[in-house]
Design a protein around this ligand. Structure first.
Ligand code: F0G
Length: 466
């Protein structure tokens, strides 16, 4: 058997706690409809006694399962046997000490770190989770996999299908809702691409029905195996900090898979005695897609040890229905009003003494320009983390000497339209892409210089501007 005997699935609701076998395919609890966790009987799984043990994996980089930045931490997500792992070499990502961006955030030199998850093979953090979902899917013999997506999950799913040939991809996207960088990946990799009229929330609702009716393996982050893989982003952050826990983890919030996975990662590390404290978690929404902010910060919704006041969220979603309000932000990756992992995220916020903030599209696109100017770059949604850190610093919540890690979830080239529109001198292009979102200024624009095709003029321009 390729799945391990000491792993199981369990409903996250403490009052239910129903258990399911690790080989079962489900995304909600049969008994109560709540979300599921992958859990381990740690006494039988024998995790390492110290985090430094993982450093030995670096000497085994010739083995694909140790080369992977996800699976070198296999001992902390041991639901499948190591020989049965599906990997394409994901998780070779970088934690950069970003001294050139630190002044923008308002923290001391040496305090700001950017975790570049855009360096994954499909260009976003999704590969961390997809490798885990694929490992489970292959173990249970799935032949087709589906997702709804704002573009990165679909690119990742399509890539894993194309590379491994284990499954065929069916992806659901809202029409006109996905950036060309991401759409082009899904098309190139050969996924069946279903463009439905509507947005991500509509596509998500449909794909859940379709996968249930047709028995297609669902790889959205409502799949608990996805989140096991995404825990390793935090393991790599700790590894890069020589196993020292930072003060803050700041992450954009969309469907709330990352924030949920990070909370689980830290809860488990603490339970296993591998860390002695948990960093604070800040989840950053875009103002045009701010369900978590509204529920957590304005309406006081809390996990409350598993007895969250469901009425608060039910009322809010009813209001959304009645007003027909749709999510709207230029950070299309997080243009989501109905996050499927809401309850897990509330739990993570409790575990990590978390806060939630919202940032405008102006703040997002300015922060993105700062990240780009600092090197490597990111897509708009990712920059919400940096904009959020700046806001928390302004408020005095983050202190200048705090060690702050912002997660850059997607590659800069995922959404070149937004970048070019920011730096352009063409007002129409600016208005079309950014102005209609309420962006008024491009304070950090690096404008191209137009010169006639004439050697003297070119030399003059270079001398003038350099
Ligand atoms: N950043 C990027 C670049 C994303 O693509 C996403 C989600 C998020 C942040 C939000 O992460 O859901 O864990 O809170 N993208 C999904 C997709 C929804 O379909 O690609 P989350």
């Amino acid at each position: 058997m390729s799945l391990t005997a000491f792993a199981y699935q369990q409903c996250i609701s403490p009052s239910c706690g129903a258990r399911y076998g690790i080989e079962e395919v489900r995304v909600v609890c049969d008994q109560c409809g709540d979300l599921l966790d992958v859990k381990y009987d740690w006494d039988r799984a024998h995790p390492p006694k110290t985090l430094t043990t993982f450093e030995q994996m670096w000497t085994k980089r010739h083995e694909p399962c140790r080369f992977s930045g996800v699976w070198r931490f296999h001992a902390l997500l041991p639901f499948a046997e190591i020989e049965d792992i599906v990997t394409v070499g994901e998780g070779q990502t970088l934690l950069q000490q970003a001294d050139s961006v630190a002044p923008y955030v308002g923290v001391n030199a040496g305090s700001l770190f950017l975790q570049y998850e855009g360096m994954n093979p499909s260009g976003s953090f999704k590969d961390n989770g997809m490798t885990a979902a694929f490992t489970h899917a292959r173990a249970i013999g799935a032949k087709r996999a589906a997702c709804a997506s704002t573009g990165n999950t679909s690119a990742s799913l399509a890539m894993y299908c194309a590379v491994t040939r284990h499954m065929k991809a069916v992806i659901f996207i809202g029409s006109g809702k996905i950036s060309f960088g991401k759409l082009s990946q899904a098309l190139d990799y050969g996924a069946l691409t279903v463009q439905i009229t509507g947005d991500f929330d509509d596509a998500m609702a449909r794909v859940r029905e379709v996968s249930r009716d047709l028995g297609i393996y669902l790889v959205n982050s409502v799949n608990p195996f996805r989140l096991e893989g995404q825990k390793t982003i935090m393991f790599r952050v700790l590894e890069a900090l020589r196993w020292e826990v930072p003060d803050w983890i700041v992450v954009p919030g969309g469907n709330l898979g990352n924030s949920s996975a990070f909370g689980k990662a830290f809860a488990e590390l603490l339970e296993l005695g591998l860390i002695d404290r948990i960093p604070r978690l800040a989840v950053i929404n875009a103002t045009g897609a701010n369900t978590l902010f509204e529920l957590y910060e304005n309406r006081g919704l809390r996990w409350n040890q598993g007895v969250a006041d469901q009425g608060i969220s039910d009322d809010y979603f009813r209001e959304l229905d009645i007003s027909q309000r749709k999510a709207s932000t230029l950070a299309s990756a997080i243009e989501i009003n109905r996050p499927v992992n809401l309850r897990k995220c509330l739990r993570a916020l409790e575990t990590c003494d978390g806060v939630v903030r919202q940032v405008t599209d102006q703040e997002i696109i300015d922060a993105k320009a700062q990240v780009g100017a600092g090197g490597i770059g990111c897509e708009p949604a990712s920059a919400a983390s940096v904009a959020g850190a700046r806001k928390l610093r302004d408020e005095g919540m983050i202190q200048p000497a705090d060690r702050v890690v912002c997660i850059l979830t997607g590659h800069q080239l995922k959404d070149p339209d937004a970048t070019v529109a920011y730096h352009t001198t063409d007002q129409d292009r600016f208005d079309q892409v950014l102005g209609k979102r309420g962006v008024k200024r491009a304070s950090f624009a690096n404008r191209a210089v137009a010169v006639p095709n004439d050697l003297d003029e070119i030399i003059k321009a270079i001398q003038l501007y350099s």
